[in-house]
Design a protein around this ligand. Structure first.
Ligand SMILES: Nc1ncnc2c1ncn2[C@@H]1O[C@H](COP(=O)(O)OP(=O)(O)OP(=O)(O)O)[C@@H](O)[C@H]1O
Length: 282
């Protein structure tokens, strides 16, 4: 496989007595959708915040393109092409979609004598129209306040904002939470289009069918640690849930215990008599 774009190795993070991350690993490759799943409190948000420069880990390493990096702020993460779309979206409801797209990164017309120019609304609208068109986001009026848009459209604006500035990797924390079926489908289409542009999308989701429909790979966190990795095409909802809850481990441990009991059982009639013997004798 290609060189990982972003890697977490042995990350730890404590909040008081709570160990949110315990030796957590994570790997993301270019041009893939990788789902990060886990039960409530498994450490998904803590991992994402660590990898997007919002919180600092207590220990472990973060690598970009194989080299260790220090992400001490979201700005640092942005310098590496890492963007995050949070659950609460952080959009300004009274501003229009174009202004939201450029929030914090406004375009100005040149001022005189080196002074800061004035906001270039026309340029921001043009760039917004292009950005939305590229993602297939259907907005009739980029000049309407985002408060008047539907949930799915707002979500798409937030995604487009991240995509406009992320050139390498986007974390999306529950991007379809609280959306209707149609809107959900649109956001997932956007995720696929972003992936097809060569950008890695890290999708945090509790919705397993959705994970399997859009992700290429799945990484599973439990109790602050990565416990399993799957290729989406080769797994099932049951398997994912089993890894999240630990049931798979329990099953594997039980099978191992049964095999061990069979191996150590004395030969001859009895409960262990049917088990295949190591030496092949029947
Ligand atoms: N700022 C914080 N202060 C104290 N404890 C925290 C903080 N952030 C996270 N935790 C704790 O760390 C653990 C992991 O939380 P985290 O939010 O990372 O999990 P999660 O997998 O994102 O959960 P969910 O799916 O419920 O959002 C939890 O026990 C949580 O209570």
């Amino acid at each position: 496989m290609a060189q990982p774009l972003l890697e977490a190795r042995g990350l730890t993070k404590r909040f008081g007595h709570v160990r949110a991350l315990q030796d957590a690993d994570f790997t993301a490759y270019p041009g893939e959708v990788v789902a990060l799943i886990g039960d409530n409190g498994a450490g998904k948000s803590s991992l994402v915040k660590t990898l997007s420069g919002t919180i600092r880990p207590d220990g472990g390493q973060i690598l970009v393109d194989g080299s260790p990096v220090d992400l001490s702020s979201p700005l640092d993460a942005r310098r590496y092409g890492i963007e995050t779309v949070y659950q609460d979206l952080a959009l300004a409801p009274d501003l229009d979609a174009a202004a939201n797209l450029h929030l914090g990164r406004e375009l100005y017309r040149g001022g005189l004598l080196g002074r800061l120019g004035v906001l270039d609304h026309a340029a921001m609208r043009r760039s917004a129209v292009t950005a939305f068109a590229e993602l297939g986001v259907d907005l009739q009026d980029v000049g309407a306040p985002v408060a008047t848009l539907s949930g799915g459209q707002r979500q798409s604006v937030a995604v487009a904002r991240a995509v406009a500035f992320a050139n390498r990797i986007i974390f999306m924390d529950e991007p379809t939470a609280a959306l209707g079926v149609v809107q959900r489908g649109r956001v997932l289409d956007t995720v696929r289009r972003v992936r097809d542009r060569g950008i890695c999308v890290v999708l945090i989701s509790h919705n397993m069918p959705e994970v399997l429909s859009v992700a290429d790979r799945v990484e599973v966190l439990r109790l602050g640690r990565r416990v399993a990795r799957f290729t989406a095409a080769d797994t099932t909802v049951e398997e994912l849930v089993g890894a999240m809850t630990g049931a798979l481990d329990a099953e594997a441990a039980e099978a191992e215990a049964r095999a061990e009991a069979a191996r150590s059982a004395p030969a001859g009639p009895g409960p262990g008599a049917d088990a295949p013997r190591k030496d092949g004798a029947q």
